[in-house]
Design a protein around this ligand. Sequence first.
Ligand code: MN
Ligand code: MN
Length: 338
Amino acid sequence: MANKISLAQFITEQQRKTPNASGDLTALLNDIITACKQISHLVNQGDLIGTWGSADSENIQGEVQKKLDIISNDYMVDALKWTGHLAGMASEENDDPIAIPEQYPRGKYLALFDPLDGSSNIDVNLTVGTIFSILRCDEGIKPTLDDFLQKGSKQVCAGFVLYGPSTMLILTTGQGVNGFTLDQEIGEFYLTHPLMNIPKDTQEFAVNMSNQRFWEPPVQQYISECLQGAKGSRGKNFNMRWIASLVAEVYRVLTRGGLFMYPYDLKDPTKEGRLRLMYEANPIGFIVEQAGGLCSTGRKRIMDIDPKEIHQRVPVILGAKNEVNRLISYHEEFDSCK
Ligand code: MN
Ligand code: MN
């Protein structure tokens, strides 16, 4: 490939276009990328180094932690805690936000991350990833929980790294979405997917059909119309996909379009949704919107939700604009008749 643009060149040039940019965000991104390269290597080693399987512990959400969840989290925390770019961080794997150790300076950003998304897929060798969200905070402060609980619309940067057949970084700083592929030999990401775009329409949906009986009527209606195919009111046939790995699903939507949802359901009415707002739905929502798609609960834009807790769960409907809007209108109709 001639004239390859490396991630380093890309983000440096993007930084030069931003007036008064200090370079701190570029440096922070490099820290995150360092950890992700380590995780990529770890995931790639598979069970050769005995890291598959559960760690005999649970996270705050009562999910069994895999050994790789814990090691990936350690890589992220260790790469980010000492460089002086962060005031604090929060992870899926830690009950409370993680303070920057006293001996290190604190910066003006907060990082929130899911160190290994889709980790229940690890033992079957399916695609997993790391999701991250960057927020601003007052420089040098010791952030409280409230400093972390910002709306997704406040994000300055979001991305995810996909550990699939190739390792890829999908990144936005609010100027579109770009995809980079890791050259494993050289250890550098190169721009391979500039300005990714989600088409407005699609004939493909991804949802866990085994939850169908627990869905609300608007989602029931939408899926049943899709399943009726060309003979139904939609007048076209639909395909279904389901990987149960958020990063893999979203990457597919970014590359060939589609709709993905984990809607609200009544299986456990105490749970507002399945996916986590702060380090899954918000960063993914930022990316999807920057690629021309939409990301909603069905009733509210994900990035407009006022967060109450660091591990808050939300329903998620994302992807092709016209399909998400259709689902939003079905929710509106349903709610207005209640
Ligand atoms: Mn996850
Ligand atoms: Mn995870």
